[in-house]
Design a protein around this ligand. Structure first.
Ligand code: ADP
Ligand code: MG
Length: 253
């Protein structure tokens, strides 16, 4: 089976600063892959590389068996055109710490926007899907509310529904609960748990170790732009092998 994401020696620098120093990892289809590590370790940068928001400087990165950013012909690599990149990005959903909903649109309109504008689907079809998705994230009764009328947790669940509206094959979560009041975190994690149960392939950058332990299939600890340790979440969290992992976990657990 092809991996959903395969990273082989991925390097990424900003100017002279090397942020990713050779990332090797593989995310299987249907897997919940948790990524943890201290601030500045390169977690967001890595997600942005997967989602074509950054260009890598070395190594190879594949999503669903296809090179990210390039087309290979023989030994040569050709950069993809913007229009080709845009097509590939449609298949990847991303949810950020800040929800970035369109403030002048209702929850339902936010969810409907991309399938109509980007994929050119019919309004009626998209509306039905969007209503189902809002129901799935527990917000059927908030469809007509504007973001300002929703709590942070509700806005984040709309953001998840909005990403799902494009029917992605991969979902990237970058600290989706970090900006939320503690009492709102659970509802968002429950939605993510449901997605996992439905078989969605997910890469989740999180500080929620309970979620990682209960829902995660794999866990990677990154520090300083490298993968320090990886394995089953229970093993890494209860029996870390490296001092850097131990030190990090002692601060967050
Ligand atoms: P994390 O998500 O693990 O906190 P990031 O991927 O956001 O880490 O950042 C890793 C490092 O890359 C940090 O030192 C950060 O300052 C640097 N960095 C991130 N984005 C940029 C950028 N656009 N330009 C320059 N440096 C950046
Ligand atoms: Mg980050």
């Amino acid at each position: 089976m092809t991996a959903m994401v395969k990273s082989e020696g991925v390097h990424k620098s900003y100017g002279a600063v090397e942020v990713l120093k050779g990332i090797d990892l593989e995310v299987a289809e249907g897997e919940v892959f948790c990524l943890i590590g201290p601030s500045g370790s390169g977690k967001s940068t890595f997600l942005r590389c997967i989602n074509h928001l950054e260009k890598i400087n070395g190594g190879r990165l594949y999503v669903d068996g296809e090179l990210v950013g390039y087309r290979q012909k023989g030994d040569k690599l050709y950069e993809l055109k913007d229009s080709e990149v845009a097509l590939k990005r449609r298949d990847i959903g991303m949810v950020f710490q800040r929800f970035n909903l369109f403030p002048h649109m209702t929850a339902l309109e936010n969810v409907m926007e991309a399938p109509i504008q980007v994929r050119g689907e019919s309004k009626a079809v998209v509306r039905e899907r969007a209503e189902k998705l809002l129901d799935r994230v527990g917000l059927a009764d908030k469809a007509r509310n504007y973001p300002s009328q929703l709590s942070g947790g509700q806005q984040q669940r709309v953001a998840i529904a909005r990403a799902l509206a494009m029917e992605p094959k991969l979902m990237l979560f970058d600290e989706p609960t970090s900006a939320l009041d503690p009492e709102l975190v659970g509802d968002v994690l429950d939605v993510m748990r449901g997605l996992a149960e439905d078989g969605m392939t997910m890469i989740v950058v999180t500080h929620e170790m309970g979620f990682a332990r209960e829902v995660g299939d794999s866990l990677v600890f990154m520090d300083g732009g490298v993968v320090v340790e990886s394995g089953h979440p229970r093993d890494v969290l209860t029996n870390p092998q490296h001092d850097r992992t131990k030190s990090f976990l002692s601060k967050v657990l």
